[in-house]
Design a protein. Structure first.
Length: 526
């Protein structure tokens, strides 16, 4: 082995010096950020705390998640706060990243529901959590997408039932049907494959064939998933550094790339829809993009394609992952409680025969399925704390509480849904809890939100997407009942344990499920 020459030693020394300089620069930068953040932490630590704080922790602890009960032990935090304070009609608080959220008792729900977004705003909560303003400006907070969803999606859903059924059937065939050489069964990781089904269905519902293409789905899915993952890490940084980090970080570049690619793919389709006046077609065969386009043209913004893509991606972000959580829970409950299979399947088959296929009338004639779906949401709500609001203006509540701008509020929804004074035997999964056997009707619909069932929110800012989620879930569940045999793999008794992660109650994401197509199952003619 040769000995390095003098020039080589000099070059190595220069390299080491360069590494040392770079390391020193990073250390100085980190030290500056840490020192600045520490000053901010002192201010945050001395912030006004009007109520008992459960899960209190250091500034760095809540920023890095490791010592924050909100992330490490959210279910027990919820139960403790509910029984110590909420049940006594008292308020309490907990840290979520660097925000102190005040948890209001359920008795205040009927008062909260009437406040306008100008005073108490839900969209601002979502923007603060996911930093939407970095890459979409005010698209989220101006709430224009809410009006579009209500007018051009929710209003047309009754006419879209057949179309949505066809889209779901195609997505199931693509992801769940076993190959011909598989002896009939296909085993999947339920979370992953149903998530793909959800993105397929949402994409095609929004954009037609383009929305179901692998290229568009890749970019739309990558965009929404990167936003979710990247935004969580952003909260480690102080607010004044986040926009700079968004511009320089790999996550920020990835988000901008996928957003740009979605626009590249969607703009020509919007041109085609506008040139052919496709937005004037019958709602039953139209994609939601036609409604978005019609809305912008009505407002005199016919070429504002950027905003349309932004709105569609917000809808995708809100719809696909949330629907996946709900559908996973429905399927797992379906497998875990086989004693209800025959009654549910017979109900679906009878409704399809009576009403001539997958249409609004058939779905309305499935009260057992309606009850099963609502009970799934009651027993495992996807979000454990709902009716989240950011205070925009000084607001006084009826009990004299003065809410200050910037304060954040939420309700302990999961605890309400498991309170024995509200629901009989709340820890028991009862698929017929909301079914009236005497009249063969559903006592309450999935979409109906009350102070005892605020799963999708409550009041004038209740999630408008619940109508799509409800219809799509019931269609998918009904198709599984009549079209597939489903079982846990390997065999197990009971439902897998859920995963509470911060505010979300995730279904067990490691669950393997096997699917087999029923012989002779034809969805449109059952």
């Amino acid at each position: 082995m040769s000995t390095p020459s003098g020039s080589q030693k000099s070059a190595l020394a220069d390299d080491y010096t360069g590494y040392a300089v770079i390391t020193a620069q990073w250390l100085l930068t980190f030290g500056f950020v840490a020192a600045t953040t520490y000053v901010v932490s002192l201010q945050a630590g001395n912030a006004h705390k009007p109520y008992t704080v459960l899960g209190d922790c250091t500034y760095w602890g809540r920023r890095t998640w490791f010592f924050c009960r909100w992330f490490q032990d959210s279910m027990n935090l919820l139960i403790e706060g509910y029984h110590k304070f909420s049940k006594r009609n008292e308020k309490w608080s907990t840290w979520v990243f660097d925000d102190l959220f005040h948890v209001l008792p359920p008795s205040m729900l009927n008062e909260l529901k009437g406040f306008s977004p100008d005073k108490l705003n839900f969209s601002r909560i979502v923007q603060d959590q996911f930093n939407w303003h970095f890459y979409m400006g005010d698209t989220l907070t101006d709430r224009e997408y809410v009006a579009i969803v209500q007018k051009h999606l929710v209003a047309n859903l009754p006419h879209m039932t057949e179309l949505l059924s066809e889209i779901i059937e195609k997505a199931f065939a693509r992801h769940l049907d076993p190959p011909s050489d598989s002896r009939g069964w296909k085993t999947v990781v339920l979370w992953d494959d149903i998530l793909d089904v959800c993105y397929d269905v949402v994409g095609e519902s929004l954009l037609g064939e383009l929305g179901a293409s692998s290229e568009y789905l890749h970019h739309a899915k990558s965009f929404t998933e990167t936003v979710a993952v990247w935004s969580g890490g952003m909260h480690i940084l102080p607010g004044w550094l986040r926009r700079l980090y968004f511009q320089l970080s790999p996550g920020g570049r990835k988000i901008r790339h996928h957003l740009s690619e979605c626009k590249r793919l969607v703009f020509p389709e919007l041109d085609r829809l506008q040139n052919e006046k496709c937005y004037e077609k019958q709602p039953s065969r139209s994609s939601v993009a036609q409604g978005f386009l019609k809305h912008t043209m009505h407002n005199g913004e016919s070429n504002n394609y950027d905003e349309i893509v932004h709105q569609m991606l917000i809808v995708t972000f809100a719809a696909a992952p949330m629907w996946n959580m709900i559908l996973n829970q429905v399927i797992q409950n379906h497998i875990a409680f086989p004693e209800h299979h025959s009654a549910l399947t017979a109900e679906v088959q009878n409704a399809l025969r009576l009403h001539g296929g997958w249409n609004k009338a058939a779905l309305l004639d499935m009260p057992r399925l309606e009850s099963f779906t609502r009970e799934t949401l009651r027993s495992t709500p996807p979000i454990m704390f709902t009716v989240q609001r950011k205070v925009m203006q000084p607001t006084q509540l009826s009990d004299g509480t003065l809410l200050k701008p910037g304060e954040k509020l939420m309700i302990p929804t999961e605890a309400i849904l498991h309170d024995p004074t509200v629901y009989h035997k709340p820890e028991t999964f009862d698929p017929e809890r909301f079914y009236d056997a005497e009249t063969n009707t559903a006592k309450s619909l999935v979409v109906t939100q009350t102070s005892e069932f605020p799963v999708f929110g409550y009041g004038n800012q209740t999630c408008p997407g619940r109508y799509f989620a409800s219809l799509a879930t019931k269609l998918a569940f009904a198709q599984l009942l009549v079209g597939y045999e489903v079982k846990f793999f390997p065999h197990r008794l009971g439902k897998p344990v859920d995963w509470p992660i911060s505010a979300t109650l995730m279904p067990n994401m490691d669950t393997f499920v096997a699917f087999r197509k029923r012989e002779g199952a034809e969805f449109g003619t059952v």
